[in-house]
Design a protein around this ligand. Structure first.
Ligand code: GLN
Length: 486
């Protein structure tokens, strides 16, 4: 019984056979968090007491033979999901002492399925970033190399799974924040179709882009998690009223004849030569499994970064207006008057990157500039979406790299905002279009994991998971384990 590398599916078998109890499994992870998280900094808040209580309840359910696929499985939640009575910080000083008064729908669903929450994971402040260096609670370290970033903004969720500090985790992806850290930490990460999972109780960054998803050790685990996370929610009018397929039953479908789109533009951009070689190698594996490779064009992809960095800041400037020092979170000491209270609470409570985006977004939405920036960015977004609609007339899935390089050093891109933004060059277009996309491990470059990105048609997560699972049956990149932290 190798717990360190175990997937949810393997842990399920251990628990059902009685090889280990949910209480023992929970203690195993809590002990590892105690031992290793000082060097990794993946958790902002640990919820050991409630975790043990849920584990006792889970053991009873298992003993009655009523376990779901998640009963007794210890997971971690990105600290962007509200959990009632639990500190929920969004990685910000603004919410450093905020206790959520209610629980996010997705967290309720996971808890109802019997999953055990070990704690809340570190993240870039309000999910803005690609390296987890923008957290008020300090950077997260990549378990594969402690001097490198784990990616962001769901860096704590990624590093915690990669380091064996939980079995799986939740993340959120606005422009790549599940896929990019999954790639850099050697995990499987899925951003579903926009609206597939409820956003209720998930602190908003850019509402037309934000989407929750699972971060796991395998595609099978991602399917298990998604089955419990997805579905309509009357509390979120953008949560799609579509039935949730049994993703786990479609994993073994034959992929013979599956049409895979390959977009040359992904390879013409600043892509590390070794990452490109690994991506091509993965495409050959898919071909050997019977998939057909077809060249496609996504002519407007080059404009995705520009459109995103107008739309996301614009929406964040509106969403973050609620943090005014009165209704939620941080309030400055001894304000002189109301204006001083607003200005200093926001000035002291938000970090640099968040302030930069609020400024850019407020400007882009201001009278006289709205059409030139926000309106134009929305038109570009429509063209990008149209590119995908046309591509999916010819192919079933689009496959390419997730990131231009493996994990970079902590501090290496801190100087230039644009260098950091370029991390998301391959992930952002799927977010703008709202289509589902995932990243799966595709090999090592200089001993660091890299990801293969699979982009699917609207609501077709099942085909992505099936393709990913078949790839993982034929390769063992996803089974590689990061070295143990000191
Ligand atoms: N890295 C991107 C950004 O900084 C995406 C973040 C995300 O998906 N939450 O906005």
């Amino acid at each position: 019984m190798n717990l360190r590398s175990a997937t949810i599916a393997e842990l399920r078998a251990f628990l059902d056979r009685g090889d280990i109890s949910a209480v023992e499994l929970t203690d195993y992870y809590l002990d590892r968090i105690d031992r290793f998280d000082k060097s990794l900094n993946t958790y902002i808040t640990r919820t050991a007491d409630t975790a043990r209580a849920s584990a006792i309840a889970a053991d009873k359910v298992i003993a009655q033979g009523k376990a779901t696929s998640l009963t007794g499985i210890p997971i971690a939640e990105k600290d962007l999901f509200c959990i009632e009575g639990t500190r929920t910080t969004a990685g910000s000083k603004m919410l450093a002492n905020f206790k959520a008064p209610y629980t996010a729908t997705v967290s309720t669903k996971l808890a109802n399925a019997g999953a055990i929450t070990l704690g809340k994971t570190n993240m870039d402040e309000f999910a803005m970033g690609s390296s987890n260096e923008n957290s008020y609670f300090g950077p997260v370290r990549n378990p594969w190399d402690l001097n490198r970033v784990p990616g962001g903004s769901s860096g704590g969720s990624a590093a915690a799974v990669a380091a064996g500090l939980c079995a799986a985790s939740t993340g959120t992806d606005t422009g790549g924040s599940i896929r990019q850290p999954a790639a850099l930490c050697g995990l499987t990460g899925l951003k579903p179709t926009y609206g597939r999972i409820s956003r209720w109780g998930m602190i908003a960054f850019a509402s037309s882009l934000d989407q929750a998803g699972p971060m796991t050790r395998s595609a099978e685990d991602a399917a298990i998690m998604l089955e419990h996370m997805a579905g309509h929610d009357p509390q979120d009018s953008t949560a799609l009223a579509e039935p949730v397929p049994a993703y786990t039953s479609a994993l073994n479908n034959d992929i013979k004849g599956l049409r895979i789109g390959v977009c040359q533009a992904f390879f013409d951009t600043d892509l590390d030569a070794e990452v490109a070689a690994k991506t091509r190698e993965a495409l050959r594996v898919l071909e050997s499994l019977g998939a057909k490779l077809i060249d496609i064009a996504l002519p407007h992809m080059a404009y995705s970064l520009g459109a995103y960095y107008v739309i996301a800041p614009a929406e964040c400037s509106a969403n973050l207006a609620r943090f005014d020092g009165i209704r939620y979170g941080y309030r400055c000491e001894n304000p002189e008057d109301l204006q001083d209270l607003y200005t200093r609470s926001r000035g002291e409570g938000f970090g640099q990157e968040v302030k930069k985006r609020i400024l850019v977004g407020t400007f882009a939405l201001s009278a006289g500039y709205y059409d030139a920036f926000y309106g134009r960015a929305q038109r570009v977004r429509r063209l990008i979406k149209q590119d995908f609609v046309e591509a999916f007339n010819q192919v079933d899935v689009i496959v390419g790299p997730t990131t231009p390089t493996p994990a970079f050093g902590i501090g290496a891109k801190a100087e230039s905002g644009v260098d950091m933004y370029l991390q998301d060059i391959f992930t952002i277009s799927a977010s703008l279009a709202g289509v589902p996309a995932m990243s799966i491990p595709a090999g090592l470059v200089a001993d660091l994991p890299i990801g293969l990105q699979l982009i699917g048609n609207y609501l077709d997560e099942a085909t992505l998971l099936n393709l990913a699972h078949q790839f993982q049956q034929a390769t063992d990149w996803h089974t590689l384990i990061a070295p143990e932290a000191p």
